[in-house]
Design a protein around this ligand. Sequence first.
Ligand SMILES: [Mg+2]
Length: 208
Amino acid sequence: MYYIDFDNTLYETGRLTKEVLSTFAKVIGKTQGINPNIVLEELKKSFNSTVDNFESFATNLSEKYNVNEHTLQSHLKKILIENGDKFTFPDAIEFLKRLRKKGENICILTYVAQKKNLKQQALKLAGSGILPYIDEVYNTTRFKYELAIDYKNGIFIDDSPRDLEGLYKAGVRHLIRIKKPNNLKRTSKELNIPEEIPTYTSFDEIEI
Ligand SMILES: [Mg+2]
């Protein structure tokens, strides 16, 4: 079984956040006659992607700036669901297809820090276009190295140093690190693991 991380591994989460915030800023700016760039700077300061989710953020914004909540929510839905697949890395889809062809089972193993954000994660997954290629989804608020998984026999693919280190400690020996561009926070960190693990910037380079 392949256990593959979602955010910043298969999906360009930072770009999604940018698009949602700039769309909200445009709507607010237009409705209120404020420069959207000024609004955007305010939104960037007030949105914490680890604990906040876009849906409740939109609710708060509609009160704060006196804009129609439904308008913000429908823009959000469009970005997440209708256009969500544009945030999925093209090489990731090709990789999933290759695994399928080889008859491999694929599980998406994705961690969200807070229970209130599980719905948003499910929407991101649905919109990403990857669901036809995978067998299971573990959308968990527990650390992914603390689950009842056969860690020894799985192949785990992730970008997060914390999760890679935790998985190694949990007994995983088939680990692959993904280092996508624009993800410097995670790619720049050296792993505290007693051996080299295979590291790739593109899924195209991974042999299966
Ligand atoms: Mg990740």
